[in-house]
Design a protein around this ligand. Structure first.
Ligand SMILES: [Zn+2]
Length: 129
């Protein structure tokens, strides 16, 4: 039986501003790319197509970096028990990795050998799934 725990969410703070600035740069990059596309079409100059790449690359890199900075601030505030705006991003499991308990070498999931390829230790039940 589980209990319901109230979790308050907050907005704002410099971390919220950094996230919004990243989104602003993304929108700016999309708008700039649109105008660069129009320039390329009407002027028939291929160099403006390169401008699309520059706009999108700059805006996506800015978005990732600014949101990363915001995340660092959120984590620091969480560690210091200070309220922080926004949410800390979550990661998801990408799959299982098997490692040797003796030498920490990665053992392939489909590897049918009963011993570690690096240190030679024998496995008992590591490859059963
Ligand atoms: Zn090993």
């Amino acid at each position: 039986m589980a209990i319901r725990i109230e979790h308050k969410r907050f907005v704002g703070g410099i971390e919220g501003s950094l996230s919004k600035l990243g989104t602003f740069f993304l929108v700016l990059g999309i708008i700039g790319s649109f105008f660069a596309f129009l320039l390329a079409v009407f002027s028939k100059e291929a160099v403006f197509l390169l401008l699309i790449f520059v706009f999108m690359f700059h805006s996506i890199v800015s978005l990732i970096l600014l949101r990363g900075f915001a995340e660092v601030i959120r984590i620091l505030k969480k560690l210091a028990n200070i309220q922080y705006g926004g949410e800390i991003s979550k990661s998801f499991a990408a799959g299982d990795v098997f490692i040797c308990s003796e030498c920490r070498a990665i053992v392939g999931e489909k590897d049918q050998r009963k011993w570690c390829h690096k240190c030679g230790s024998s496995f008992e039940n590591l490859l059963t799934k």
